[in-house]
Structures are given as C-alpha cells and as structure tokens.
Design a protein around this ligand. Structure first.
Ligand code: FE2
Ligand code: FE2
Length: 230
C-alpha cells in the first residue's frame, strides 16, 4: 500500500545512496492523487468536510450491514462478528468527528447530511454486484471475501493519507485505530483468499480494475459536488 503525507513527496532521492541501493518509488495512481486533491480541497470548508466525514461513516455502516446480511447465521464466526463490530466502530468514529466539526448538525444519514451519499451507495453496489457477477454460482462467503478485499485495499490506500488531513484540520490521532484495524482486515482477508484456488490472480486483477473504475466515478462526483457547493 502506498502512503504519503499531504505535503511531503513520497520519495526523495539521497545522493549518498547508490543507484543500486535506492528503492524504486512506488507511483501513486492518478485516481488516488485525484482523491488526495479532493481531500485537501474539502478540508478547507468545515461544513462540507463534516458532511463528507458523515459519508465515510455511512460507507462504514453499509460495509458492516453487508457483512451481516451476506452470511447465514450458521456461517457467522467469531472473526466475522469481530470484523462487523470494528466496521460499526469505524462508522461511529467518523460520525463523532463529523458531529464535532458540524456542531452536531450532521446527525443522520439523510441526503442533506451527506456529501454525495447516493454516489457512495453506487460505489459500494458496483463492487458488490461485480464480485457476485464473476462467481459461477451464488456463494455468499466468496462474495464477502472478494468485496471485502477490494474495499479494504482502497481503505488502506486512502485512510493513512486522510489521517494527515484530519490532523491538519484539528483532529489528530482520530483515525489511528481505524488505520490499524483496516490493515489487519486486509491481512486476514488476503490470507483467507490465498486458500481459495478458484480465485486466480487474473480474476482479482479484473475485479480491482472494476473497483478502480467505480472509485474514479465516485471521486469525479465528489469533485463536481465540491465545485458546485463552493
Ligand atoms: Fe472500516
Ligand atoms: Fe475493514
């Protein structure tokens, strides 16, 4: 996963290091750079930023609800309960910052309290449905693994950067636990997926490309909304 601070380049060359010993900088994909730009921009306007935080809370809530709804009771394990509980706590943590930032205004998930709430739902649905469409027969457990992998990969790409943005906005340390737990979810899911032979690297790459397209649509909607609201 690529992590950068908001103002620091991801890689600085050191003349003391030989060319051989220098690690190759990992390039930040354009879609992620565009999202970083959006985060920097919206953080300048607290009442809009609070709504966006509430949208992230909404996405975390959707994630936790989908985990539970996707599994029959006999398949619910301790790990699934833990994962669901942590996603609910993430929803709560984002809501807490959103409420502080808006002086208690963005209480609900109604559209006037969200920033691109409908587009956030579309983003999640696109991933869920694409994962389901790639399976030859309905399989809630595999669908859960695939959807979660894609969401966790994106969360791990975005949240560490957003942590810096929030610190600069006066909310330092608020995402520390979330960042740690999302990383742990990703490790767990990746380990689980590696046990499933039918999940080929080609299929995973295809799904990642689909998620990236959905993420770009979401980012574009966020940018347009910010332009109109500013
Ligand atoms: Fe989460
Ligand atoms: Fe997670």
């Amino acid at each position: 996963m690529h992590q950068t601070s908001p103002s620091t380049p991801s890689h600085t060359s050191d003349p003391q290091l030989s060319a051989q010993s220098q690690p190759q900088p990992e390039l930040t994909p354009p879609a992620v750079l565009a999202f970083h730009d959006f985060l920097r921009a919206i953080s300048q306007t607290p009442h809009l930023h609070a709504k966006f935080l509430n949208t992230l809370s909404f996405l975390e809530y959707i994630g936790s609800r989908k985990i539970l709804k996707s599994q029959r009771a006999e398949n619910i394990t301790f790990d699934i309960l833990s994962h669901t509980a942590e996603e609910i706590r993430h929803a709560q943590a984002f809501k807490k910052i959103a409420l502080k930032m808006s002086q208690g205004k963005v209480e609900s998930y109604s559209s006037e309290h969200l920033f691109c709430g409908a587009e956030a739902t579309l983003y999640f649905q696109a991933i869920d449905q694409s994962a389901a469409a790639r399976l030859s027969q309905p399989d809630p457990w595999t669908n859960y693994l695939l959807t979660t992998l894609l969401i966790e990969e994106r969360a791990n790409q975005i949240y560490p950067f957003y942590e810096h943005i929030l610190a600069a906005a006066g909310f330092p340390g608020y995402l520390k636990t979330i960042v740690r737990e999302e990383n742990s979810h990703l490790q767990d899911i990746a380990a689980e997926i590696s046990k499933h032979q039918p999940l080929t690297p080609e299929l995973l790459d295809e799904l990642r490309a689909m998620e990236d397209a959905a993420f770009q649509r979401f980012t574009k909607a966020l940018q347009q909304e910010l332009l109109q609201a500013s």
